[in-house]
Design a protein around this ligand. Structure first.
Ligand code: ARG
Length: 587
């Protein structure tokens, strides 16, 4: 069964327009922007007036005559100049919520199935993950889960930055510290050791040291570049060291992503695309798309309709080196060959927008992807500190992601200790609440906007926060547990009658789920889910405040109340799952 509130209301209104002698297309309903006057409204009479040369008021009057008989509405009225105002009947609210409860995915209409690759995460290997990596992980994971919910096949690829200068720096620094290692013996022909010649913590110390040194020591920087060239040309010893660095560093990153409940199907990277770089060059050259400019190989991608200048895409620098865009084009060739996706979504900082414009245009022009392959860039804004300035550690450095997570966990633990006995508070609960604080704090903002990361506010149990949502869910679960009644998720809401405003609001919010989720997934916008669950939590809490659920004497009514809040809890649980976090049993 499928249930969509707007679809049901639109079909009723369309039929009424038709019965009154007008085109049914005018029968579209929206949530009223004047909730004091109406719950829903239809402005079709105003548009129809132009076509039929009749006053809108007269049209609205005729249409409303057909709506008054309809069971869906307890009120249907019209006001000047020709607005139709609607209020849903109790019976319609109750049966819609019951339909929704038993429908697969609450009645969401599944779009045409697609195979989608989502490219997110994108950390550069061998550098510790820092707060700049947080947004792509959180947004990407949520979008992936949302698209899966809509029935698509979605493959998440982390697209590691694993082929760059950081390896040259680390390896050259290592050479100066340990020239005796076999990797640096040019005459060595045997197999290289399976064990890495350094530990993770040594590696973590080597990289910043080498990076700092390269800024002062030109000769060292030149060696690092040469070493990077050797890597990219698959020098045996360099590759062996690269593998050691990769293994240690990737294992460490995986742990941190697990801690964030972020999971990738593919751990490919720039290195995976390296063999396809020559194919990119050949493709653009053979098709006559490229030209040489100042020694570099470039492809013009400007279009007449461009509002701002789109510079040519550089494929090879004058020294023959491939660039970020070349690697992304190579990756596209590989992805099309291996997976033939219908769509590829990239989640990065919005400052990379021009990069993706160029890459997408070359890919289409050169036929690297099909004309119908959708290429989408989700560009997000900057996460700033509480004061709106770039997020820094106390000493002014870039904050490591694991420290940020720990800070939020500390804040959550403190807040929870104030409310609960220490002994009851498990670390698992702290972890779950902290994750909700971080993810909700991020996702509740429109992705493209900058936002301020405010630990105190995000970790608060009140207001528009992750912990507030979890707290609401835990409260519902505890009422259900106390009731001792077994529910089967096949609710009957007909026992409910004489709706208090808070009950109406709860039902209306619940039945808005399908419209919300269809919109949020179509526009790849997790913030719409956050807005919805905040509304739903508020609606539940007002209802709970007004209604002595467990004390209700009428047992059919009590059961209906319990089924209603159980449905609210299920919907909240589905939504937080799509956002990428989960609720503890107790809080
Ligand atoms: N490693 C890149 C960075 O640090 C992000 C990779 C994004 N994905 C891509 N296919 N370009 O900016």
């Amino acid at each position: 069964m499928s249930f969509s509130l707007t679809e049901s209301l639109n079909s009723i209104l369309s039929a009424a327009f038709q019965s009154a002698g007008y085109d049914p297309k005018y029968g579209t309903v929206t949530v009223s922007n004047r909730p004091d006057l109406a719950e829903y409204q239809c402005n079709g009479a105003m548009s129809a007036a132009k076509e039929y040369h009749e006053p809108p008021f007269a049209i609205a009057e005729k249409v409303v005559a057909y709506l008054r008989e309809n069971e869906a509405f307890s009120e249907a009225s019209f006001v000047r100049p020709g607005f139709i105002n609607l209020k849903l009947s109790e019976g319609f609210l109750a049966s819609s919520a019951a339909d929704m409860a038993v429908s697969e995915a609450y009645g969401v209409r599944m779009p045409a199935h697609k195979k989608i690759i989502i490219d997110y995460g994108g950390p550069n290997v061998a550098k510790p993950l820092h707060i700049g990596h947080l947004r792509t992980a959180i947004i990407g994971e949520s979008v992936k889960r949302m698209l899966r919910y809509m029935g698509h096949e979605v493959i998440g690829d982390i697209h590691l930055g694993d082929w760059g200068l950081q390896f040259g720096l680390i390896i050259e620094e290592l050479r100066d510290r340990h020239p005796e290692l076999v990797y640096f013996d040019p005459d060595y022909t045997g197999d290289y050791p399976l064990e890495a010649p350094f530990t993770l913590s040594e590696l973590e110390e080597i990289y910043p040291a080498a990076s700092a040194r390269s800024k002062e020591d030109e000769a060292f920087m030149a060696r690092a570049h040469e070493r990077t060239w050797l890597l990219q040309h698959e020098d045996r010893a360099t590759l062996a060291l690269w593998k050691h660095i990769m293994a240690l560093s990737v294992e460490d990153e995986r742990k941190l992503y697990d801690r964030l409940d972020v999971h990738f199907e593919l751990w490919n990277g720039e290195s995976t695309a390296a063999p396809f770089v020559p194919v990119v060059v050949k493709t653009v050259q053979e098709q006559g798309l490229s030209r040489i400019s100042n020694g570099a190989l470039i492809v013009d991608v400007a279009e007449e309709s461009d509002k701002r200048e789109v510079p040519p895409c550089i494929i090879l620098k004058s020294d023959g080196a491939a660039l970020y865009q070349t690697t992304d084009l190579g990756t596209l060739i590989m992805r099309m060959r291996e997976y033939a996706p219908d769509e590829i979504i990239y989640v990065t900082d919005k400052r990379q927008e021009m990069h993706f414009t160029q890459v997408f245009r070359v890919a289409k022009k050169a036929g690297i992807v099909k004309p119908e392959t959708e290429l989408v860039h989700i560009g997000y804004g900057t996460m700033n500190g509480k004061d709106g300035k770039p997020f820094k550690t106390r000493s002014g450095g870039v904050m490591r992601l694991e420290y940020l997570i720990s800070e939020v966990e500390d804040a959550v633990r403190e807040k929870m200790k104030e409310r609960y006995d220490d002994e009851e508070l498990s670390e698992e609960t702290v972890r779950m609440v902290a994750l909700a604080a971080i993810k909700y704090g991020d996702l509740s903002n429109q992705a493209a906007k900058d936002y301020n990361f405010d630990i105190d506010r995000f970790a608060s149990f009140e207001g528009n926060t992750g912990p507030y949502i979890l707290y609401t869910m835990v409260r519902i679960r505890s009422i259900l547990a106390k009731s001792g009644i077994e529910l089967d998720n096949h609710p009957d809401f007909h026992a409910l009658s004489g709706f208090a405003p808070s009950l109406r609001q709860l039902l209306r919010t619940l039945i808005g789920f399908t419209d919300m989720i269809e919109d949020a997934t179509r526009t790849l916008a997790p913030h719409k889910i956050c807005g919805y669950i905040y509304q739903l939590s508020d609606a539940f809490n007002s209802f709970y405040h007004d209604t002595p659920i467990l004390k209700e004497e009428d047992s059919a009514k009590r059961k209906a109340y319990l089924e209603l809040i159980a449905l609210a809890e299920r919907v909240l649980d589905t939504c937080i799952g799509l956002l990428g976090f989960s609720a503890p049993d107790r809080m």
